[in-house]
Write a protein that binds this ligand. Structure first.
Ligand SMILES: [Fe+2]
Ligand SMILES: [Fe+2]
Length: 272
């Protein structure tokens, strides 16, 4: 049995910079999350963060995020794996987080954790809210999946791969998701982990479990009447258990004020 923690959408900025919402300390919410994981004895094998690591996406943001995630890793005694979201910037991430020279090369990888294969994909497209997996990455993925992993595979990316809960607007999902679905169908992929939507959404497609986590920075809720999304002071993360039988997800909702930061019209984001 393998257990891991799935966080998403931390939307962090370096200290001293204006945050996303004046009244929200996104940094404190990551600390609250890690403290909860530690104090409740979750004992994960790793932590996965599915993008929008940063809100502003500058080099200093990534230097700060790296130190925060390194501290989380030290406290929990396990590695932290990340993928990038639409608020992230590749070049600044490579410099600030990875300590590499600036480059717009997509960030994707494969990692084995006690026989479980984690494939991190880069669905982020610079300057766009929506996601896409480019052809080079797609053939790399196809190649990887030709050999099954001892304990199966999970895929992590920022933008959801299937239309969940009626969220259909361009910008919410991966543009070429049918193409990706064809690549992962019939392979040993058990689950696809994403974020971006700031809501807990779960779905199944072609036998593959799709999990979208709520996010630590805020949650986007549909107000009564479904006319607006309210961005609310909430903080959540998921505890994921993977074994021979399948995947179980426990969604954790940490105590927060639930006050509204802002709202945007839902028009165009939902279908019947
Ligand atoms: Fe986000
Ligand atoms: Fe996002």
């Amino acid at each position: 049995m393998m257990r891991f923690v799935h966080l998403t959408d931390t939307h962090l900025n370096a200290p001293g910079k204006n945050g996303q919402f004046p009244t929200s300390n996104h940094f404190e919410k990551v600390e609250q999350t890690i403290r909860h994981v530690r104090e409740t004895g979750v004992d994960p094998e790793f932590v996965l963060v599915t993008g929008d690591l940063s809100h502003g996406g500058d080099v200093e943001d990534y230097i700060f995020i790296r130190s925060l995630f390194d501290e989380a890793s030290r406290q929990l005694g396990v590695p932290v794996y990340v993928v990038l979201g639409n608020h992230d910037h590749l070049s600044a991430f490579r410099q600030g987080y990875l300590g590499e020279s600036p480059s717009e090369d997509p960030f994707y990888y494969v990692q084995y954790i006690q026989g479980l294969r984690l494939i991190g994909l880069n669905s982020q497209v610079s300057g766009q809210p929506g996601g896409r997996i480019d052809d080079v990455q797609l053939s790399w993925l196809e190649n990887q999946l030709q050999t099954p992993a001892p304990k199966g595979t999970i895929v992590a990316l920022h933008h959801p791969l299937i239309s969940l809960g009626g969220y259909t607007a361009k910008g919410l999902l991966v543009e070429n998701r049918e193409q990706i679905a064809r690549v992962i169908a019939g392979t040993d992929v058990k689950g696809v982990f994403a974020g971006h939507v700031h809501s807990n959404l779960f779905g199944i497609s072609q036998g593959i479990f799709h999990i979208v986590a709520a996010g630590t920075a805020f949650t986007a809720e549909l107000e009564e009447g479904r006319q607006h999304f309210q961005f609310v002071d909430m903080c959540g993360y998921n505890i994921v258990t993977v074994n021979e039988e399948g995947i179980m997800v426990q969604a954790i909702d940490l105590p927060r004020s639930r006050t509204e930061y802002m709202r945007i019209p839902s028009k165009g984001a939902l279908s019947k």
